[in-house]
Design a protein around this ligand. Structure first.
Ligand code: FAD
Length: 552
């Protein structure tokens, strides 16, 4: 897999553009006062960066080269900078500014579990820090070495462990190496008629091990489960040997060791392999678009769908600001599109009494046999109707499905134009969801007012569960004149995260804790909960060699 840009998302030469989206420029000008016509704020050039020298003691260098082969031990400056951080907005702003107080001293690329074990042993003997690296898409500061770290720091890139090793067809389980990237995993499974069904927005650049270590969730998790539901067996190289979790369907062997590894962010060891649920490729797959008169109506419909006999693969409803943003990113429409859109608008206003300013766009997905999909659509259609919604067919869903992996590029596009955009997501019980949405929106708007900036906040419900759902907020603003983007980002981010925990929601549904969210951990899991995690990490890794400073 080719490395991502050192300063941004995705591969060199691939970027977001507004030029094929005629309404977007006017929309952004109106909402945050930014003209996106021209890029005004390029990142520093790579040769302008002041990269700290690599400090790799000779003994450690020789041991690592012996473990993986010298061609898989790199002290190349670009390689080290690519592995220095993930892709949170804080990471992007600081990379673009050349703010590099500490980067890994070396990048090590083992090929199998024996090599991972040898790398960890060499690191422990030299008292070096080991940071496991999957795809580098962390959005919560889980990859950056501590600025004050004086020991050698190794980024252990797991990308060569990329094979599906075995499929147990009777159990629908696949044994897979942890460094495999999303597309390569699906390619190997699809060739044998299976899918994993885990599709985070970062799918193209993230790995199985990273998903497990951050408790990831994908856009079809309503059907397939979050990564925590889909991961059965594990192999993890730890300081005291290889930890093995057998791939049993369920067990009563005390507190779950499997769950301890899930979300461990490299603090407990290097995951080399997982045995995961797989399913046969579905016969039919559809994502339909729906419109609701208000967000509350959309939330109520999602709640009823979650409680019904329907089992959808995607349940998503945007609030009004996000709906307006989605419409503003439409590509140039044909004459026929315009006629249809006018007819729909007239129908919504006259026959359904919609206020177009409050209207909310929703996507619901269906997968399985023809009969199953038809039946699910029927059940869901009745529920949607009861909440005043209407189905608008497959075309918006197809568009959403096609452009979902392009969206991550928009943050670099806005940074190039001097604006910050980022996301915060949470989960809460159904009974608190409206309050979380209302109070988080109010907190973000108060933060924008405090800064004296015009900001834009939008939200969607992205996953539904028995007891509640995930709310995913996106915000954007242009910093105040003379203001520091990172400091102002912190004000908005603080307000949003604090609103989550104050309203009974979690600090993150699927982006993990890292360093970005660790200050809210105690409010989320209580002080004894934090002490439990500290004891777990200290007991497993007494020398604090494994990704120190993350989570707690
Ligand atoms: P990395 O970023 O490389 O590492 C993340 C953490 O896992 C680090 O602590 C690292 O040390 C540890 N780690 C990685 N591999 C291993 C291993 N083999 N053993 C032990 N520890 C390991 N997340 C979602 O869940 N859903 C989304 O839809 C989603 N969309 C995103 C969109 C964008 C634009 C971005 C920037 C991020 C998004 N994320 C999303 C967050 C991110 O993609 C996830 O956290 C992902 O699971 C990280 O995987 P990775 O392979 O990139 O891991």
């Amino acid at each position: 897999m080719t490395a991502m840009k050192w300063w941004g998302w995705g591969l060199d030469g691939v970027a977001f553009t507004h030029e094929d989206k005629p309404e977007l420029r006017g929309f952004i000008r109106e909402k945050i006062g930014l003209d996106i016509g021209q890029a005004t704020a390029a990142p520093l050039g790579f040769d302008e960066l002041a990269i700290p020298d690599a400090h790799l003691p000779d003994g450690l260098r020789a041991a690592l080269a012996g473990a993986v082969g010298s061609e898989h031990l790199s002290v190349d400056p670009l390689d080290r900078v690519v592995h220095a951080r993930g892709k949170s907005i804080r990471d992007l702003i600081r990379q673009r500014r050349g703010d590099l107080p500490r980067v890994p001293d070396a990048v090590v690329r083992p090929a199998d579990e024996a090599q991972v074990t040898a790398v960890l042993q060499a690191a422990l003997e030299a008292d070096a820090v080991v940071i496991p690296f999957g795809g580098g898409t962390s959005i919560s500061g889980s990859l950056e070495p501590e600025a004050t770290e004086t020991r050698p720091v190794l980024s252990v890139d797991m990308g060569r462990l990329d094979q599906v090793l075995e499929i147990d067809a009777a159990s629908r389980l696949a044994r897979v190496q942890a460094g495999v990237f999303g597309p390569h995993l699906e390619e190997q499974l699809n060739a044998q008629g299976y899918t994993f069904g885990h599709f985070p927005d970062s799918f193209t650049h993230s790995t199985l091990g990273g998903w497990i270590a951050t408790r990831s969730s994908g856009m079809q998790s309503d059907r397939y489960g979050d990564i925590a539901d889909m991961t059965r067996g594990l192999r993890v190289v730890t300081p005291s040997g290889t930890l093995v979790v057998r791939p049993v369907p369920s067990t009563s062997t005390g507190p779950s060791v499997r769950e301890m590894i899930l979300g461990s962010e490299g603090r407990l060891g290097l995951i080399t392999e997982a045995t995961v649920h797989v399913r046969p490729l579905p016969q039919r797959r559809e994502i339909l678009g729906y419109l609701f008169p208000t967000f509350d109506a959309g939330l109520a419909a999602m709640r009823e769908i979650a409680a019904s006999e329907a089992s959808v693969s995607v349940s998503r409803v945007s609030d009004a600001p996000e709906t307006q943003f989605s419409f503003a990113t439409r590509k140039a429409s044909t004459r026929m599109d315009k006629v249809q859109s006018k007819a729909l608008t007239t129908f919504l206003q006259r026959a359904k009494g919609f206020d177009l300013g409050s209207m909310c766009l929703s996507f619901l997905g269906y997968e399985g046999s023809d009969g199953h999909v038809t039946e699910q659509r029927r059940i869901v259609g009745r529920i949607v109707g009861r909440h005043g919604g209407i189905c608008i067919g497959t075309s918006p869903g197809q568009l959403y499905d096609q452009k979902k992996f392009d969206t991550p590029y928009i943050r670099d596009f806005l940074l190039d134009r001097g604006a910050a955009a980022d996301v915060s997501e949470t989960a809460a019980p159904w009974s608190q969801l409206e309050a979380v949405h209302r109070n988080t929106s109010a907190a973000a708007n108060a933060a924008f007012a405090q800064l004296g900036v015009t900001g834009y906040l939008m939200c969607h419900l992205s996953h539904s569960y028995h007891a509640g759902a995930c709310l995913y907020f996106t915000f954007a603003f242009v910093p105040s004149p003379g203001g520091d983007m990172l400091e102002e980002y912190d004000v908005v981010k603080q307000a949003i995260q604090q609103a989550f925990v104050d309203n009974g929601a979690t600090l993150s549904h699927h982006h993990a804790v890292g360093t970005e969210h660790s200050q809210w951990l105690e409010e989320d899991i209580s002080a004894p909960g934090v002490r439990l995690l500290e004891a777990l990490f200290d007991g497993t890794d007494p020398g604090a060699n494994l990704n120190p400073g993350k989570l707690v």
